[in-house]
Design a protein around this ligand. Structure first.
Ligand code: ADP
Ligand code: MG
Length: 265
């Protein structure tokens, strides 16, 4: 592909090194996420997925290397630029991160209260719209997080991540802890969001169904580097042990089979 037809990058990571004391988590790591794609980060526990996510959303600084997100270089970034950038992405943390003392509607509207001067009534309306978009009924807005099921909690957290109309969405384990039906619904929702909006999505996940059915490309982290990168069907052909761990065994094969029928819909 030449420069004119290559999709623009939303995230460019180059020669990134992360250390905690003498423990090297990322070792000269390079990674590019393209505009408009659903990209997944996978890897064993402790391979540095969450740390990489924190670095991508400006919560943590690497020891060396460069990060560029939505065209903004993080090297020496000023607070004003960081603040502006935080409004251009949405993050759904693994725990959901909803405040227990606020209603679901208030939780979803919170980023708008922080970042805009919109009237309360308008913020509530936008929050309700994002809740509907995430597949929740309007009555859920008045409930408290403790009253929600796991699946509803994930949807509410997604609604909050979407409330500022982000260009880039980060999802940390969006299907973890859900039953198969709930997980399949979230898979479908992620696919729909990308179709409806001009979104790029980065997902951290272990969920093989999600990987096969929704993602465009997947990066496998291991030993501080990207061990494999590509669409699932291509990765499945790679022999590297860190990559094969995701494809061998009955669960991997079942997820691969399921993908053929689902994607055709
Ligand atoms: P993953 O999300 O892939 O399971 P993490 O990014 O959470 O992995 O962690 C990668 C490695 O970095 C682990 O060995 C973890 O113990 C270590 N680590 C993460 N955060 C810290 C921290 N704040 N201080 C020390 N070590 C950390
Ligand atoms: Mg993690």
């Amino acid at each position: 592909m030449n420069a004119a037809t290559a999709p623009a990058a939303v995230i460019e990571i180059s020669q990134l090194t992360t250390r905690f004391g003498s423990h090297v988590v990322h070792d000269d790591l390079d990674l590019v996420v393209r505009r408009g794609e659903i990209f997944a980060l996978v890897g064993g526990s402790g391979s540095g997925k969450s740390t990489l996510l924190r670095e991508m959303i400006l919560l943590q600084q690497p020891a060396a290397g460069s990060l560029r997100v939505l065209g903004v270089d993080y090297t020496g970034i000023a607070e004003a630029a960081a603040h502006a950038l935080r409004q251009r992405w949405g993050v759904m943390f693994q725990s959901g991160g909803l405040f227990g003392s606020l209603t679901v509607r208030e939780n979803v509207g919170l980023p708008l209260r922080e970042h805009t001067a919109l009237a309360d009534r308008l913020i509530d309306e936008i929050a309700d719209w994002k809740l509907a978009l995430s597949g929740l009924e309007s009555t859920v807005g008045g409930q408290y997080p403790a009253e929600l099921s796991g699946g509803m909690m994930k949807r509410a957290a997604l609604a909050r991540a979407l409330v500022l109309d982000p260009e880039l969405l980060f999802l940390d384990e969006p299907t973890a802890g859900l039953d198969p039906t709930g997980a399949a619904e979230v898979d479908q929702l992620i696919g729909e969001l990308r179709r409806q909006f001009d979104l790029s999505i980065v997902i951290i996940t272990h969920d093989l169904d999600l990987l096969w059915q929704v993602t465009d490309r997947v990066a496998v982290l291991g030993d501080g580097k990207v061990q494999g990168l590509g669409p699932m069907a291509e990765l499945a052909e790679l022999a590297a042990p860190a990559v094969q761990a995701y494809f061998t065994g009955p669960r991997g094969r079942a997820a691969e089979k399921g993908s053929a029928t689902w994607k055709a819909k």
